[in-house]
Design a protein. Structure first.
Lengths: 326, 268, 354
């Protein structure tokens, strides 16, 4: 039954993607979309738009939606906390700091460079937070992970802010990235950064059975023979890849990782072998739909994805905190 | 003063009606214990009588006055309750904890009178933890901590004390300590005590009166000798037991040996 | 009959008037700790006032503050018009935030609570920056009131959301982080809509800065602090009792809901007023009570006072750092306090082996 649900999900995703490709500042009909993908004619301007502008953007949306949602599910299993989000490992703060530092030093780099800087910053921050949380007895326990993440994020934010306050050019550049957006995301970025997310997602799927065991509690997992230290480290690595790659593509985007896993868990129960793929599909649908709405609701301007997700996310978040918290 | 009366009391917990139109009177000067199987509502009833739960129906009277309309402070000067597993901030010392018991007697400008000091010391002495007075609570053993909490309720200087499972999680030595303290409070200070206990034998040995609850209703009420019978244990707890007589206290002593409706290998 | 000398000395001093009409008690460690902190504060103030592009000797500082002629008329000008207002404002902000933080930590029985982490900053920020973006011709006189309204509104929201059964460390922190994230997303959006100069100024305000503070600001915060802090101190016992849990508190005669609402309102008001004069400053309300607790223990009679002094000291030092680190330019105080506070706080936590 769950397999059927997943197939339905993928079908919905397909529809949403097709609509997303068709809609935008200029509406393009589905026939042309089909032609653009399967029998490309470079002379047709509409097909060119689809291939070079819409398609990469929509693909990027699918990738980050899947990555962030799956990462959120893993984080919640890892920390045992329903309010855990991917940004908790300091990843978003690390990416932001790296990007700001890079822009400060390099002037006005092209978008793909943002991506690389973000990826590096995310990875370094995530590893640092994990290492900090592993100090002392108990290893990287949920409480310590959260605390280390929060403190490290605040600290990095302070550093980032210092740079932004000191230099107006940097500030001007960065503010459009910080809000989280899929605008102008083209193939070079998607092709270089997408694989990181995909790798993280694959890793998460492979680990899904172990994560299910781990989510039952540290002691129970150990009692069942699991090497919890290794599973936690590998899971964290998968999260860093998925979130790092996503932030690299679109900037810091919140709420997806927080909310989607909850919705999904209501459908699939507690088995991460289902939660992770369902989350990936649901996340992809959410982000693609939100981005499409953001593109059409204020034509020809755009509402960035970061804002759209916050608007959808907030009421949901309130619901979560009132009814789902221990 | 008349005792605490529950009149047609109905209490719900998380939407489920746990106590339904229950009436009972706790007489002054007695140690009365509520017993019953898990989920029978004894803790709920205790909380209801201490005004920690708002009743869905009925009323609780203290000396004839409804506790629900009484000012909070006034009630606190007459009735104290100690819940299960109480928590205190890290680093709080025994002295500091016990002194909190004086709260209902204090005001904005009378924050620490000589009487407050005296009562606090008395309470600490009464519970035999003088040597622990300036130790932080979290460095004490379970039994010592429990005594400190009881000392706090003593400092509160009420005539009625409600205790929710004060001996659960304690070893037998500490359990006895606590029960003996409770008995002393009743005997020497004439405190009326209403307890919830799991251990039927403890209840029988120390109480003047037992009230047995099952699924929110009173199924037995009276002296331990009358109430603690093989039939009652079988009916309420689904356990076959022998009722002996405790040679020391002459109280009934329940010795369970099989569950009803299940196999017990040693008796096959 | 109990022998008085058997009893260990209580950890507090009792102060009583002759007919026991008025009585208070104070932790025994308190006088020493307070004296030490006041001394440190005095030192920090003198050093801070003397520091700057225009150096003033320490003796001259003290003279200029009091109004004695120092021979160089510039001293009085610099001290009175530029340095003293902002330094005193930093001090008051530290005091207000520390008390606010101590109260929130007491109410939520959770020592990771902080007025900034609880969304007050996010609420104030959203209203202020939102107004700047959406209003055709923004009236800057409205900004402090918007900050106040936004801060208090967010605090109320969080209060309602947290209040459902007990509180847990993780839940509270994550709740605050979540609400702050929502606020941040909106704020980021508004920042992209503003023209770059306004955007950066709004950004600096958001980070928290005492640059250009005036005596009017000092008076505003001073009055509010003077109104709000004394009642808080009088309610120290209530905070103590609340710390025992809702049930225990109620059974001791505390009207839990009323007291909690009053305390949260005071705490939110204190934090919100600091946002009004200096933008959103995080961390001070979190770290100061922690340090205070290490010094004098969790009883609120002493905790509130010592938190206030520690907070004041922290902010004065942070202000000095803000002016010194990239001199002759300035960092916002919100940044320096996070830079100082962050590692320090991490160290505090790890020392506790949490």
């Amino acid at each position: 039954m769950l397999k059927g649900g997943l197939a339905v999900g993928l079908l919905i995703l397909g529809v949403v993607v097709a609509v997303a490709i068709g809609l935008g500042a200029a509406e393009i009909d589905l026939v042309t979309v089909g032609k653009a993908i399967f029998s490309y004619d470079a002379a047709d301007i509409e097909q060119v738009i689809i291939r070079t502008v819409r398609l990469p953007r929509v693909v990027a949306g699918v990738i980050i939606g899947a990555g962030l949602a799956a990462a959120g599910a893993v984080m919640q299993g890892l920390t045992g906390n329903p309010l855990a989000s991917p940004g908790l490992l300091g990843i978003n703060a690390g990416a932001a700091f790296a990007v700001v530092l890079g822009v400060y030093l390099l002037g006005a780099p092209p978008l793909p460079v943002y991506g690389l800087l973000a990826m590096v910053g995310a990875a370094v921050a995530g590893i640092t937070v994990y290492a900090l949380a592993s100090l002392g007895r108990g290893g990287a326990s949920p409480a310590k992970l959260t605390l280390a993440g929060v403190i490290f994020s605040l600290f990095l934010s302070a550093l980032t802010t210092s740079l932004l306050v000191m230099d107006q050019n940097t500030f001007d550049q960065i503010r459009f990235w910080t809000v989280g957006s899929l605008a102008a995301r083209a193939w070079p970025m998607v092709i270089t950064l997408g694989p990181f997310v995909a790798a993280g997602l694959a890793g998460a799927m492979l680990l899904s059975r172990q994560i299910t065991t781990l989510s039952l509690g540290q002691d129970i997992a150990r009692g069942l023979g699991q090497d919890t230290t290794r599973v936690r480290a590998l899971s964290a690595a998968a999260v860093i890849l998925m979130v790092g790659g996503s932030v690299a593509i679109a900037g810091p985007v919140g709420f997806v990782g927080l909310i989607v896993p909850h919705v999904v868990r209501a459908i699939c129960g507690l088995d991460y072998r289902w939660i992770i793929p369902y989350a990936a599909v649901a996340g992809a649908i959410l982000v693609t739909a939100a981005d499409t709405v953001g593109r059409v609701v204020q034509r020809p301007q755009e509402v960035p994805i970061g804002v759209m997700l916050a608007l959808v996310g907030a009421p949901f978040f309130v619901y979560l905190t009132r009814y789902k918290i221990r | 003063m008349n005792g605490i009366e529950a009149n047609d009391l109905s209490l719900a917990y998380d939407g489920d009606m746990v106590i339904n139109q229950l009436s009972a009177t706790v007489r002054m000067g007695d140690i009365t214990t509520l017993v019953g199987p898990n989920g029978c509502g004894k803790s709920t009833l205790l909380k209801g009588m201490a005004r920690l739960l708002r009743p869905r129906g009925g009323v609780v009277l203290l000396d004839g006055h409804s506790i629900h309309t009484m000012p909070t402070r006034q009630l606190a000067r007459q009735l104290g309750i100690l819940s299960q597993s109480p928590t205190a901030p890290e680093g709080l010392t025994v002295y500091e904890l016990v002194s909190q018991g004086r709260f209902p007697h204090q005001g904005f400008f009378r924050q620490w009178t000589a009487e407050d000091e005296e009562k606090t010391r008395e309470a600490i002495a009464a519970t035999n933890i003088v040597h622990l007075a300036d130790r932080p609570l979290d460095t004490l053993s379970g039994g010592q901590r429990q005594r400190a909490w009881i000392a706090m309720t003593i400092a509160q200087d009420t005539s009625i004390l409600l205790l929710d499972e004060p001996t659960t999680h304690l070893d037998i030595g500490h359990q006895l300590e606590v029960m003996e303290l409770i008995e002393r409070l009743n005997r020497q200070r004439k405190m009326t005590i209403l307890l919830v206990l799991h251990d039927l034998n403890q209840a029988a040995r120390y109480s003047k009166r037992l009230i047995v609850l099952d699924r929110g209703q009173i199924v037995a009420d009276g002296a331990p000798g009358e109430v603690l019978t093989e039939q009652m244990v079988a009916r309420v707890f689904r356990v076959k037991a022998s009722i002996l007589v405790d040679p020391e206290s002459a109280a009934p002593y329940c010795l369970p040996y099989a569950t009803i409706g299940g196999d017990n290998p040693s008796r096959l | 009959m109990m022998k008085q000398d058997e009893f260990p000395r209580p950890a507090w001093l009792a102060l009583r008037t002759p007919h026991a009409r008025v009585s208070f008690r104070l932790d025994r460690r308190l006088p020493l700790v307070v004296a030490a902190l006041l001394l440190a504060l005095l030192l920090a103030l003198v050093i801070s006032v003397s520091y700057g592009e225009f150096r003033i000797g320490y003796l001259d500082v003290m003279k200029a503050v009091v109004g004695i002629d120092t021979g160089d008329s510039r001293n009085a000008l610099v001290v009175q018009n530029f340095r003293l207002p902002r330094i005193l404002l930093a001090l008051l902000i530290g005091v207000a935030l520390a008390v606010s933080g101590a109260v929130i930590q007491g109410i939520t029985r959770n020592d990771l609570a902080d007025p900034g982490l609880l969304g007050i900053n996010a609420g104030a920020g959203v209203l202020v920056v939102g107004y700047l973006t959406l209003a055709a011709v923004p009236d800057t006189r409205l900004l402090p009131w918007l900050a106040l309204a936004g801060g208090l509104g967010a605090a109320l929201l969080i209060y309602l959301m947290t209040w459902k059964g007990g509180s847990s460390t993780l839940r509270l922190v994550l709740l605050g982080v979540g609400v702050s994230a929502f606020g941040a997303a909106l704020i980021n959006y508004f920042i992209t809509q503003l023209e770059v100069d306004s955007a950066q100024r709004a950004f600096v305000w958001l980070t928290g800065s005492v640059y250009g503070s005036t005596w009017a600001d000092v008076r505003l915060l001073g009055v509010w602090a003077a109104l709000l802090i004394p009642p808080t101190v009088l309610m120290a016992r209530h905070l103590n009792v609340l710390g025992l849990g809702d049930d225990a508190a109620a059974s001791l005669g505390l009207r839990v809901e009323v007291v909690r609402l009053v305390l949260i309102a005071i705490s939110a008001a204190l934090a919100a007023v600091t946002v009004t004069v200096a933008g959103t400053i995080a961390f001070a309300g979190l770290v100061a009570p922690h340090i205070a607790r290490r010094l004098v223990g969790p009883a609120h009679e002493g905790l509130l006072l010592v938190s206030a002094l520690v907070g004041g000291l922290l902010l004065v030092v942070a202000d000095l750092a803000a002016r010194a680190v990239i001199a002759p330019e300035e960092l916002p105080i919100g940044v320096t306090i996070a830079l100082i506070g962050g590692p320090f706080f991490a160290w505090l936590l790890y020392k506790r082996g949490r």
